[in-house]
Design a protein around this ligand. Structure first.
Ligand code: ATP
Length: 279
């Protein structure tokens, strides 16, 4: 009958929406569980590199970084074999060599991203594995070819992770990294949002922001792993001149394929067939 039909339709519409909502809620819970698993897998990961018992605090570098017969392998193939090298405090050294020779690996051993397989790396005569790893990393500024930038303003990207910095410090760091000119040319200057991973900037601009961040930290040890590879030669040299003028002078390890950089370095170390040849 008509009344029954009207009641039926009304009932149908009343039930339809809540049942759709239940299905949606279930789908959302499932999405949340998957995301949660991925986040907690990272939060719960146990670091492979640990402090030894009673780690030694490390506040600065006084003398040198020494590679003492260092060998390293990721798998069965040796990447570095019996490397010995002394980098004096304040020196700027260039690591050069063919692609895949082990330059990045050598630099990654200094902050203990990996531990050496044989031998030892020492800072001021003490094995870096004996130091508190947090202290060790806090001595370093590391800029790689792949910049790590966030969807935020230029200012916040440069100051990321640092407290009590002044506007002057940030501007000075940007100047040293040769970034000030392009920053000021943007409509909102330092307050410009750079998009996801800095997508609104060019590769060279991203690299200069990453260098400005490292310079702002003013670390005693600076590792640049092809950090200026996207810059034109003139800008790259201006950045290196800026780095050379830093006081106190950081100990720099620069990985590069560009010959023009070498004029700024105290020494050039070539890695070939897992060995080093000093030049
Ligand atoms: P490029 O100039 O191309 O950056 P590189 O000299 O910096 O090269 P590394 O990145 O240090 O070279 O790599 C040295 C060797 O170690 C390569 O043969 C590479 O395949 C290998 N390797 C690098 N990282 C890993 C890893 N996480 N696991 C296993 N092998 C790796």
């Amino acid at each position: 009958t008509l009344p029954e039909f009207v009641v039926y339709i009304a009932f149908y519409w009343r039930v339809l929406e809540p049942s759709k909502a239940i299905a949606n809620a279930y789908a959302n819970v499932q999405r949340g569980l998957v995301s949660g698993n991925r986040i907690f897998a990272i939060l719960d990961a146990v670091p492979a590199i640990k402090n030894r018992p009673n780690p030694i605090p490390l506040k600065s570098i006084e003398e040198d970084i020494v590679f003492d017969n260092v060998s390293f392998q990721y798998t069965n193939e040796p990447v570095l074999s019996d490397i010995s090298l002394r980098i004096k405090k304040g020196q700027m050294i260039a690591l050069v060599g063919p692609s895949g020779a082990g330059k990045s690996t050598m630099a990654d051993l200094v902050p203990r991203f990996y531990d050496v397989t044989k031998g030892a790396i020492k800072i001021d005569g003490i094995d870096i594995r004996d130091y508190n790893q947090k202290d060790l990393i806090s001595l370093m500024g590391i800029v790689t070819q792949e910049t790590i930038l966030f969807n935020d303003t230029i200012y916040n990207n440069i100051t990321f992770g640092m407290e009590n910095v002044t506007k002057e410090d940030v501007e000075n760091a940007a100047r040293i990294a040769n970034a000030e000119e392009f920053i000021l040319a943007l409509e909102d200057g330092y307050n410009t949002n750079i998009g996801d991973r800095g997508a609104k900037l060019s590769g060279g601009q991203r690299q200069r922001l990453a260098i400005a961040r490292a310079v702002l930290k003013n670390p005693p040890i600076l590792i640049l792993d092809e950090a200026t590879s996207s810059l034109d030669e003139q800008t790259e040299l201006a950045v290196l001149e800026g780095l050379q003028a830093l006081t106190p002078k950081p100990t720099c390890i620069i990985i590069t394929h560009r010959k023009s950089i070498l004029q700024y370095c105290d020494r050039e170390i070539k890695i070939e067939n897992s060995k080093t040849i000093e030049m």
